[in-house]
Design a protein. Structure first.
Length: 109
């Protein structure tokens, strides 16, 4: 699903938890739009927002049962990022979710 103009994110997991994150991202985009300062929400900002939400919810013991793949451009540089339900994050040339993390990821690398 698109987030802003230059970022896409894919998700696997619980639909209601995804809707919570989606609502949070829409609020963030609205705040950014209302600032009217010419800035756009970049891929790295979306990634940090999602990773902070996931990590904070994990520390409270109220996990959001989703994994996210976030891709886009940040300052003209291609980015492919991953966030899991514990807030664990990494950036790589290839990322996968679900069973693909165990089966396909080693082959893709």
């Amino acid at each position: 699903m698109p987030v802003g103009e230059i970022t896409l994110h894919g998700v696997s997991g619980d639909m209601s938890d995804f809707q919570h994150i989606q609502h949070t991202l829409k609020s963030l985009l609205m705040q950014e739009y209302e600032m009217d300062d010419g800035q756009k929400l970049g891929t790295k900002s979306v990634y940090k927002c999602i990773s902070h939400i996931m990590y904070n919810r994990c520390m409270k013991g109220d996990l959001l049962r989703n994994s996210y793949v976030i891709g886009g451009l940040d300052n003209g540089q291609k980015m492919l990022l991953f966030v899991d339900l514990y807030g664990t994050t990494y950036q790589s040339a290839t990322v996968a979710m679900g069973f693909g993390r165990h089966l396909a990821q080693p082959i893709l690398r």
